[in-house]
Write a protein that binds this ligand. Structure first.
Ligand SMILES: Nc1ncnc2c1ncn2[C@@H]1O[C@H](COP(=O)(O)OP(=O)(O)OP(=O)(O)O)[C@@H](O)[C@H]1O
Ligand SMILES: [Mg+2]
Length: 240
Protein backbone atom coordinates (compact mmCIF):
# COMPACT_ATOMS: atom_id res chain seq x y z
CA UNK A 1 0.00 0.00 0.00
CA UNK A 2 1.56 3.27 -0.98
CA UNK A 3 -0.04 5.85 1.22
CA UNK A 4 1.49 9.25 1.12
CA UNK A 5 0.87 10.87 4.43
CA UNK A 6 0.21 7.67 6.34
CA UNK A 7 0.96 8.03 10.05
CA UNK A 8 3.85 5.56 9.70
CA UNK A 9 5.81 5.04 6.50
CA UNK A 10 8.64 2.55 6.58
CA UNK A 11 10.97 2.66 3.59
CA UNK A 12 13.82 0.28 2.81
CA UNK A 13 14.31 -0.72 6.43
CA UNK A 14 17.17 -3.08 7.21
CA UNK A 15 17.56 -4.67 10.64
CA UNK A 16 19.69 -7.41 12.11
CA UNK A 17 21.75 -8.69 14.97
CA UNK A 18 25.52 -8.88 14.90
CA UNK A 19 26.52 -10.13 11.46
CA UNK A 20 23.12 -11.44 10.49
CA UNK A 21 20.62 -9.42 8.54
CA UNK A 22 17.07 -10.29 9.55
CA UNK A 23 14.96 -7.73 7.71
CA UNK A 24 15.92 -6.20 4.38
CA UNK A 25 14.28 -3.63 2.16
CA UNK A 26 11.11 -3.49 4.20
CA UNK A 27 8.43 -1.06 3.04
CA UNK A 28 5.19 -0.69 4.93
CA UNK A 29 2.57 1.93 5.71
CA UNK A 30 0.20 2.36 8.59
CA UNK A 31 -2.49 4.94 7.86
CA UNK A 32 -4.02 6.82 10.76
CA UNK A 33 -6.94 4.94 12.33
CA UNK A 34 -6.09 1.66 10.62
CA UNK A 35 -5.17 -1.74 11.96
CA UNK A 36 -2.30 -3.08 9.94
CA UNK A 37 -1.24 -6.64 10.56
CA UNK A 38 2.08 -8.36 10.09
CA UNK A 39 1.98 -12.13 9.83
CA UNK A 40 4.66 -14.66 9.04
CA UNK A 41 6.23 -17.88 10.20
CA UNK A 42 8.34 -18.21 13.35
CA UNK A 43 11.64 -16.46 12.83
CA UNK A 44 10.46 -14.41 9.84
CA UNK A 45 11.45 -11.20 11.60
CA UNK A 46 8.14 -9.81 12.90
CA UNK A 47 9.38 -9.05 16.40
CA UNK A 48 12.55 -7.62 14.94
CA UNK A 49 10.47 -5.16 12.90
CA UNK A 50 8.63 -3.95 16.00
CA UNK A 51 11.92 -3.65 17.91
CA UNK A 52 13.33 -1.59 15.09
CA UNK A 53 10.31 0.69 15.00
CA UNK A 54 10.41 1.38 18.72
CA UNK A 55 14.16 1.98 18.74
CA UNK A 56 15.15 -1.11 20.73
CA UNK A 57 17.53 -2.09 17.93
CA UNK A 58 19.29 0.07 15.36
CA UNK A 59 18.11 0.53 11.82
CA UNK A 60 21.01 -0.27 9.47
CA UNK A 61 19.37 1.35 6.51
CA UNK A 62 16.12 2.95 5.57
CA UNK A 63 13.62 5.41 6.95
CA UNK A 64 10.94 5.19 9.61
CA UNK A 65 8.78 8.20 8.84
CA UNK A 66 6.36 8.93 11.63
CA UNK A 67 4.22 11.98 10.95
CA UNK A 68 6.80 12.69 8.25
CA UNK A 69 9.70 12.82 10.72
CA UNK A 70 12.37 10.17 10.31
CA UNK A 71 12.74 8.31 13.60
CA UNK A 72 15.19 5.72 12.29
CA UNK A 73 18.00 5.40 14.86
CA UNK A 74 16.44 7.84 17.24
CA UNK A 75 16.68 6.62 20.85
CA UNK A 76 13.74 4.65 22.22
CA UNK A 77 12.70 7.44 24.60
CA UNK A 78 12.54 9.90 21.72
CA UNK A 79 10.36 7.47 19.75
CA UNK A 80 8.10 6.97 22.77
CA UNK A 81 7.81 10.73 23.10
CA UNK A 82 6.83 10.96 19.44
CA UNK A 83 3.85 8.72 20.23
CA UNK A 84 4.76 5.10 19.55
CA UNK A 85 4.07 2.55 22.31
CA UNK A 86 5.04 -1.10 22.20
CA UNK A 87 3.40 -4.04 23.97
CA UNK A 88 6.25 -6.49 23.42
CA UNK A 89 6.29 -10.19 22.71
CA UNK A 90 6.02 -12.21 25.90
CA UNK A 91 4.28 -9.25 27.62
CA UNK A 92 7.37 -8.18 29.66
CA UNK A 93 5.37 -6.76 32.51
CA UNK A 94 7.17 -5.97 35.75
CA UNK A 95 6.29 -9.06 37.77
CA UNK A 96 7.48 -7.77 41.13
CA UNK A 97 5.48 -4.57 40.82
CA UNK A 98 1.76 -4.24 41.39
CA UNK A 99 -0.71 -3.87 38.56
CA UNK A 100 -1.11 -0.23 39.55
CA UNK A 101 2.65 0.38 39.44
CA UNK A 102 2.91 -1.27 36.03
CA UNK A 103 0.27 1.09 34.71
CA UNK A 104 2.10 4.04 36.22
CA UNK A 105 5.27 3.01 34.36
CA UNK A 106 3.37 3.23 31.08
CA UNK A 107 2.41 6.82 31.85
CA UNK A 108 5.89 8.12 32.64
CA UNK A 109 5.60 10.74 29.90
CA UNK A 110 2.12 11.88 30.91
CA UNK A 111 1.92 15.66 31.23
CA UNK A 112 -0.05 15.74 34.49
CA UNK A 113 -1.49 13.68 37.32
CA UNK A 114 -4.99 14.45 36.10
CA UNK A 115 -4.14 13.15 32.64
CA UNK A 116 -2.57 10.00 34.12
CA UNK A 117 -5.72 9.42 36.18
CA UNK A 118 -7.87 9.87 33.09
CA UNK A 119 -5.80 7.31 31.18
CA UNK A 120 -5.90 4.89 34.10
CA UNK A 121 -9.70 5.10 34.21
CA UNK A 122 -9.85 4.43 30.49
CA UNK A 123 -7.57 1.42 30.82
CA UNK A 124 -9.53 -0.04 33.71
CA UNK A 125 -12.87 0.49 32.00
CA UNK A 126 -11.46 -1.45 29.08
CA UNK A 127 -10.03 -4.25 31.21
CA UNK A 128 -12.21 -4.51 34.35
CA UNK A 129 -10.27 -7.59 35.50
CA UNK A 130 -7.31 -5.31 36.12
CA UNK A 131 -9.39 -2.93 38.22
CA UNK A 132 -10.05 -5.72 40.70
CA UNK A 133 -6.34 -6.50 40.94
CA UNK A 134 -4.65 -3.11 41.16
CA UNK A 135 -2.70 -3.92 44.36
CA UNK A 136 -1.78 -7.43 43.34
CA UNK A 137 1.72 -8.26 42.16
CA UNK A 138 1.61 -8.42 38.38
CA UNK A 139 3.60 -11.66 38.31
CA UNK A 140 0.68 -13.39 40.00
CA UNK A 141 -1.78 -12.54 37.24
CA UNK A 142 -2.87 -15.23 34.81
CA UNK A 143 -1.32 -15.17 31.34
CA UNK A 144 -4.41 -13.52 29.86
CA UNK A 145 -4.50 -10.91 32.59
CA UNK A 146 -0.80 -10.20 32.09
CA UNK A 147 -1.48 -9.63 28.40
CA UNK A 148 -4.28 -7.22 29.26
CA UNK A 149 -1.87 -5.43 31.57
CA UNK A 150 0.77 -5.24 28.84
CA UNK A 151 -1.74 -3.63 26.47
CA UNK A 152 -3.11 -1.37 29.19
CA UNK A 153 0.41 -0.27 30.12
CA UNK A 154 1.12 0.66 26.50
CA UNK A 155 -2.19 2.55 26.34
CA UNK A 156 -1.18 4.56 29.41
CA UNK A 157 1.15 6.41 27.04
CA UNK A 158 -1.92 7.46 25.01
CA UNK A 159 0.07 6.57 21.89
CA UNK A 160 -0.64 7.68 18.37
CA UNK A 161 0.57 4.27 17.22
CA UNK A 162 0.29 1.07 19.23
CA UNK A 163 2.61 -1.83 18.39
CA UNK A 164 1.23 -5.19 19.58
CA UNK A 165 3.45 -8.26 19.36
CA UNK A 166 1.53 -11.56 19.55
CA UNK A 167 -1.06 -10.44 22.09
CA UNK A 168 -2.94 -13.74 21.86
CA UNK A 169 0.11 -15.99 22.17
CA UNK A 170 -0.27 -18.84 24.62
CA UNK A 171 -3.71 -17.81 25.83
CA UNK A 172 -6.78 -19.95 26.36
CA UNK A 173 -9.51 -19.46 23.73
CA UNK A 174 -11.66 -17.37 26.03
CA UNK A 175 -8.81 -14.92 26.60
CA UNK A 176 -7.93 -14.91 22.92
CA UNK A 177 -11.48 -13.77 22.17
CA UNK A 178 -11.28 -11.13 24.85
CA UNK A 179 -7.99 -9.78 23.53
CA UNK A 180 -9.31 -9.59 19.96
CA UNK A 181 -12.47 -7.87 21.21
CA UNK A 182 -10.29 -5.34 22.99
CA UNK A 183 -8.29 -4.73 19.80
CA UNK A 184 -11.51 -4.30 17.81
CA UNK A 185 -12.72 -1.79 20.41
CA UNK A 186 -9.47 0.14 20.13
CA UNK A 187 -9.93 0.31 16.39
CA UNK A 188 -13.52 1.49 16.80
CA UNK A 189 -12.17 4.33 18.93
CA UNK A 190 -9.85 5.34 16.13
CA UNK A 191 -6.60 3.98 17.52
CA UNK A 192 -3.89 3.15 15.02
CA UNK A 193 -2.38 -0.29 15.51
CA UNK A 194 0.39 -2.37 13.99
CA UNK A 195 -0.43 -5.92 15.05
CA UNK A 196 1.86 -8.94 14.86
CA UNK A 197 -0.07 -12.17 15.24
CA UNK A 198 0.26 -15.94 14.92
CA UNK A 199 -3.51 -16.19 14.95
CA UNK A 200 -3.60 -15.15 11.31
CA UNK A 201 -7.29 -15.82 10.83
CA UNK A 202 -8.48 -13.51 13.60
CA UNK A 203 -5.87 -10.91 12.74
CA UNK A 204 -6.69 -10.79 9.02
CA UNK A 205 -10.40 -10.49 9.78
CA UNK A 206 -9.67 -7.40 11.82
CA UNK A 207 -6.95 -5.86 9.69
CA UNK A 208 -7.56 -3.10 7.18
CA UNK A 209 -4.33 -4.12 5.53
CA UNK A 210 -1.80 -6.86 6.07
CA UNK A 211 1.73 -7.79 5.15
CA UNK A 212 3.16 -11.28 5.07
CA UNK A 213 6.79 -11.38 6.09
CA UNK A 214 8.91 -14.20 4.75
CA UNK A 215 12.55 -14.36 5.83
CA UNK A 216 12.71 -10.64 6.38
CA UNK A 217 10.93 -9.51 3.22
CA UNK A 218 7.31 -8.78 2.37
CA UNK A 219 6.06 -11.61 0.16
CA UNK A 220 2.36 -10.75 -0.03
CA UNK A 221 0.34 -7.71 0.98
CA UNK A 222 -3.23 -6.56 0.69
CA UNK A 223 -6.45 -5.84 2.57
CA UNK A 224 -6.91 -8.33 5.43
CA UNK A 225 -10.03 -9.99 4.08
CA UNK A 226 -8.54 -10.25 0.62
CA UNK A 227 -5.57 -12.14 2.02
CA UNK A 228 -7.90 -14.40 4.00
CA UNK A 229 -9.40 -15.57 0.73
CA UNK A 230 -6.07 -16.38 -0.93
CA UNK A 231 -5.24 -20.07 -1.18
CA UNK A 232 -1.50 -19.55 -0.61
CA UNK A 233 -2.29 -17.73 2.64
CA UNK A 234 -4.72 -20.41 3.73
CA UNK A 235 -2.18 -23.15 3.04
CA UNK A 236 0.70 -21.49 4.84
CA UNK A 237 -0.90 -19.52 7.66
CA UNK A 238 -4.48 -20.62 8.27
CA UNK A 239 -3.91 -24.26 8.94
CA UNK A 240 -4.84 -25.38 5.41
N1 LIG B 1 18.52 -10.75 20.11
C1 LIG B 1 18.80 -11.49 19.04
N2 LIG B 1 20.06 -11.79 18.68
C2 LIG B 1 20.35 -12.50 17.59
N3 LIG B 1 19.43 -13.00 16.74
C3 LIG B 1 18.15 -12.74 17.03
C4 LIG B 1 17.76 -11.98 18.19
N4 LIG B 1 16.41 -11.89 18.20
C5 LIG B 1 15.98 -12.56 17.13
N5 LIG B 1 17.01 -13.06 16.41
C6 LIG B 1 16.92 -13.83 15.14
O1 LIG B 1 16.27 -13.02 14.20
C7 LIG B 1 15.37 -13.78 13.41
C8 LIG B 1 13.98 -13.19 13.47
O2 LIG B 1 13.50 -13.28 14.80
P1 LIG B 1 12.16 -12.59 15.25
O3 LIG B 1 12.06 -12.78 16.72
O4 LIG B 1 12.09 -11.21 14.73
O5 LIG B 1 11.09 -13.49 14.48
P2 LIG B 1 9.52 -13.53 14.62
O6 LIG B 1 8.95 -13.42 13.26
O7 LIG B 1 9.05 -12.55 15.64
O8 LIG B 1 9.29 -15.02 15.16
P3 LIG B 1 8.18 -15.62 16.17
O9 LIG B 1 6.95 -15.84 15.36
O10 LIG B 1 8.79 -16.91 16.63
O11 LIG B 1 7.99 -14.65 17.30
C9 LIG B 1 15.47 -15.20 13.93
O12 LIG B 1 16.33 -15.91 13.09
C10 LIG B 1 16.05 -15.03 15.31
O13 LIG B 1 16.79 -16.17 15.67
MG1 LIG C 1 8.11 -12.72 17.43
Amino acid sequence: MSMNGALLEVRGLELGYGRSTVVEGLDLSVPEGAIVCLIGANGAGKTTVLRGLSGLIRARRGAVLFERTDLANKPAHRIARAGIAHAPEGRQIFGEMTVSENLAMGAYLSPSKAETARRREGALARFPRLAERMRQRAGLLSGGEQQMLAIARALMADPKLLLLDEPSMGLAPLFVDEIFRAIAALKAEGRTILLVEQNAHAALELADYAYVLETGKVSIEGPGRELLARPEIADAYLGG
